[in-house]
Design a protein around this ligand. Structure first.
Ligand code: AMX
Length: 463
């Protein structure tokens, strides 16, 4: 229905009316943020006045040597992760988001624009507000610099798509309004305004960057122009060359659920850290994407698909049953490798992002052979990882499922999967960066120690 509305709007509406609507909607989002900033600042001032010296979390020596796991030392407003329950985006679980956030049609998957609105404001948007945001993003995408297109087209195909994506985001950086405003001597209270502009410009343009990388690396190299009658996610699918209704829905779901996972994960933390030096949103996001490109983080979706294909290759004509799969999983573990798509630094239960993708598969592709393999693995991997006794969480994470969905619809190039993750993650980490600027978060600079210093510290205590 949303598409039809959009199509009808773009086909029949008087251009001037549409332009006015675009202006008013985009200003509405910005003015909501503007109103929220003093309220949040006052809330924080009150909290710090009353509890500023209270201990939030301790840091043991083990924690310092274990990737700072469990240390509460970051403020991220957009989402919160519970080890048992999974992610809440501004207080809403994934099923709640699926129910409450406007989709393209009644009962459909949420539109990432709805999620973006929620992440930025903490409010569920109206259908009209989402439509306005979609139009605003289309307008911002139009002014992507031709130089960016040229740079991407000239990148050699043997550079990994994630590296190309990071380069593409850096190429967009020359249009940073924050960087320009800083050079012009903007007052620090105004930082958030140009960060807002960069955030929306960047989110509008990264699907062009990503789809161009896809078309160049894996298809005929021709850029497919945007279809402004489509929402942000469907248009991304369209620019990649996919135009089925089910693919649009998959993209909406995929690009909504990968947006944010509180602040401590590598991509969010890297974006926040780099942004804390007042590097602009493009520089910050590119840094986050370089972290997402690691196999223990976002690249795991690529690794899962490779591993599934490896399993299929090993089994050959043998039946896909629990016994055969058990042998293959132990082979992976005994080779000193991780089972990709399983385990998590915070979660201790099946990732709800896995569950909602499984539900999508059950609804749309229950007989897909790869989905059946993924499902059988879900039945046995947790038991095997528990038996091995190393991982704190033997259950699947988001990456265990996403590849098999994409592959079903013909998106078989697994090297590209993390780029899709990255396009989505941009929404969450840039929304957070916007709030970092709005709240005047300072440069991040935790204290580090040397082992020698620690040894001395404890020797001194003993004496
Ligand atoms: N397969 C095999 N071993 C695993 C494992 C897995 N899936 N998950 C954890 N382990 C091992 C660890 O490598 C570690 O072994 P070590 O003691 O020899 O170093 C031990 O179990 C304890 O690890 P942990 O405390 O449970 O996990 P962690 O917080 O250190 O790491 C994570 C979390 C995600 C990196 C890890 O579970 C992993 O490597 N999983 C596979 C890769 C993956 O799916 N990554 C994607 C995560 C989600 C995302 O960010 N997109």
């Amino acid at each position: 229905m949303f598409n039809t509305v959009l199509r009808n709007t773009s086909r029949f509406a008087n251009k001037q009316v549409l332009a006015t609507a675009q202006r008013s909607y985009s200003i509405e989002l910005k003015s909501i943020v503007e109103k929220q900033i003093p309220v949040k600042q006052a809330q924080i001032a009150e909290l710090r006045k009353n509890h500023g010296e209270e201990v939030l979390s301790q840091c043991t020596v083990n924690m310092a040597y274990s990737g700072m796991r469990g240390i509460k030392g970051l403020i991220t407003e957009t989402s919160l992760l519970d080890a048992e329950e999974g992610i809440r985006f501004r207080g809403l679980t994934i099923p709640e988001c699926q129910q409450q956030l406007p989709g393209a049609e009644e009962g459909g998957e949420p539109l990432p624009e709805s999620m973006l609105w929620l992440l930025i404001t903490g409010e569920v948007p109206t259908r009209d507000q989402v439509r306005g945001l979609t139009e605003d993003l289309h307008r911002r995408a139009e002014s992507i610099s031709p130089d960016v297109i040229k740079i991407i087209k000239n990148l050699p195909n043997d550079i990994h798509p994630m590296t190309q994506f990071s380069i593409g985001i850096l190429a967009l950086q020359k249009d940073s309004k924050f960087a320009q405003a800083y050079q012009d001597g903007v007052h620090k209270k105004e930082y958030w305004k140009t960060t807002y502009e960069d955030t929306l410009d960047c989110i509008a343009r990264i699907p062009i960057v990503a789809s161009l990388i896809y078309r160049k690396n894996f298809k005929d190299g021709n850029q497919i122009q945007a279809d402004k009658s489509l929402d942000w996610a469907a248009n991304f699918a369209h620019m990649m060359g996919y135009n089925k209704k089910e693919v649009y829905e998959l993209f909406r779901l995929y690009l909504s659920i990968h947006t944010d996972h509180e602040g401590g994960n590598v991509s969010a933390h890297a974006t926040h850290l780099v942004g804390s030096a007042l590097s602009d949103p493009y520089l910050s996001l590119s840094a986050g994407m370089n972290g997402l490109a690691g196999p223990l983080h976002g690249l795991a979706n690529q690794e899962v698909l490779r591993w599934l294909k490896e399993i299929q290759g090993k089994l050959g004509d043998k039946e896909v049953n629990k016994e055969n799969l058990t042998t293959v999983i132990w082979d992976t573990l005994n080779a000193g490798r991780v089972v990709p798509g399983y385990g998590h630094a915070v979660l201790r239960k099946t990732d709800p992002r896995y569950t909602c993708q499984r539900e999508f598969a059950l609804k749309h592709m229950p007989n897909d052979p790869l989905f059946k393999l993924v499902s059988t693995l879900y039945e046995i991997v947790p038991g095997i990882l528990t038996e091995q006794g190393k991982t704190k969480n033997p259950f699947p994470n988001v990456d265990a499922h996403s590849g098999c969905l994409l592959r079903h619809y013909g998106l078989v190039e697994e090297d590209f999967y993390t780029v899709m993750f990255g396009v989505s993650r941009g929404l969450g980490v840039l929304s957070s960066l916007l709030w970092d600027r709005a709240l005047g978060q300072p440069i991040e600079r935790p204290k580090s120690m040397t082992t020698e210093a620690l040894v001395k510290q404890f020797a001194a205590k003993k004496n």
